[in-house]
Design a protein around this ligand. Structure first.
Ligand SMILES: [Zn+2]
Length: 324
């Protein structure tokens, strides 16, 4: 009898343990609350965070600090995309892999947003060309994004069009919170319009309009918007390597322009820019293209606005602009 009681008690214990484990497992696979959003580049991530507010969980596909132009998702990152409710990318010029992998993803719930679909793209000049007023020199090694400049977010009127496209994606994926998403997008666009105004005012009266950049051709849209004469060391992809002739030409350009600074780009070694600046006898200032951010910046939740405000300060210093 005692043995039987023991066995029954033991079975009950096992039973409840099994139930407990099953309960835990069930809790583990429970989908996270809110709309799940995966974005590629940092501006999309930051805009989606602002639009989603507390109704969505937004993550960035690019690991911090990773070079964005050559990035392609690994299988586990494709799984992340397939499990999301919303996947947001910039364009086929920036993420040439996106359309290909999306067509291969088998998901009935995934909604895909091309954030740059409403933007008018600027053409990037080909090898050896030097477009007057744009400073496009060099080539882009024949990547799929050849021909169009993908850095659309650096014109803040384009950024507002991107916000509209992202917002439409949120509303379609989660109509129950549509009003909230629309309200959040309106205030985000107002902030971008105010940023544009600060750039217009802040870059109105400068000693030089020549923006000399020892990096890849990132700031074409920004230069066009604020009437700057942009000269970059290399092409529209950050893996494009400048030729020796191009380096010599840029040093000559710096010297003849009378500029006091050469701008360097983030996330790349500034050594080459420093060498060129030294050769030309000028200082170095940092400009952030915001494609991606460092681990430090990501963990302290840096915003697109913070990066752009910092850029404006650097530009005002580098171009010797009079404060308004
Ligand atoms: Zn770039």
């Amino acid at each position: 009898m005692k043995v039987r009681t023991f066995i029954i008690a033991a079975l009950c214990l096992l039973c409840s343990a099994a139930l407990f484990t099953a309960g835990c497992k069930k809790a583990e696979v429970k989908p996270p609350a809110g709309l799940q959003v995966v974005t590629t580049l940092f501006p999309l991530y930051d805009f989606a965070r602002a639009i989603g507010g507390d109704k969505a969980q937004v993550t960035m596909l690019l690991p911090p600090g990773v070079e964005p132009h050559t990035f392609e998702p690994k299988p586990e990152e494709m799984i992340r995309i397939s499990r999301a409710g919303l996947f947001i990318y910039t364009s086929k010029y920036m993420e040439p892999w996106a359309e290909k992998i999306i067509s291969g993803i088998d998901s009935r719930t995934l909604r895909v947003i091309n954030a740059g679909a409403r933007v008018s793209y600027r053409a990037a000049a080909g090898k050896g060309e030097h477009e007057a007023g744009t400073g496009v020199i060099d080539h882009d090694h024949g990547h799929a994004h050849t021909g169009m400049d993908p850095h659309i977010w650096l014109d803040f009127t384009n950024a507002q069009l991107m916000v509209d496209a992202i917002m439409d994606g949120f509303v379609a994926a989660d109509p129950a919170n549509g009003t909230r998403y629309r309200q959040n997008a309106v205030s985000l666009k107002a902030r971008l319009a105010a940023l544009d105004q600060r750039y217009r005012d802040g870059l109105k009266s400068c000693s030089t309009r020549k923006l000399l950049h020892g990096g890849h051709y990132t700031f074409g849209y920004l230069a066009a918007r604020y009437n700057l004469d942009y000269h970059a060391l290399s092409g529209i992809s950050s893996d494009s390597e400048p030729s020796a002739e191009r380096m010599i030409a840029l040093v000559r350009e710096i010297k003849s322009s009378g500029a006091a600074y050469l701008f360097a780009e983030e996330l790349l070694s500034p050594r080459l820019t420093e060498t060129l600046a030294k050769e030309a006898g000028v200082g170095v200032l940092m400009l952030h293209g915001a494609h991606n951010v460092s681990r430090d910046d990501l963990s302290r939740t840096v915003s697109f606005f913070e990066l752009m405000e910092r850029n404006l300060e650097q530009l005002q210093k580098g171009l010797a602009c009079r404060a308004k």
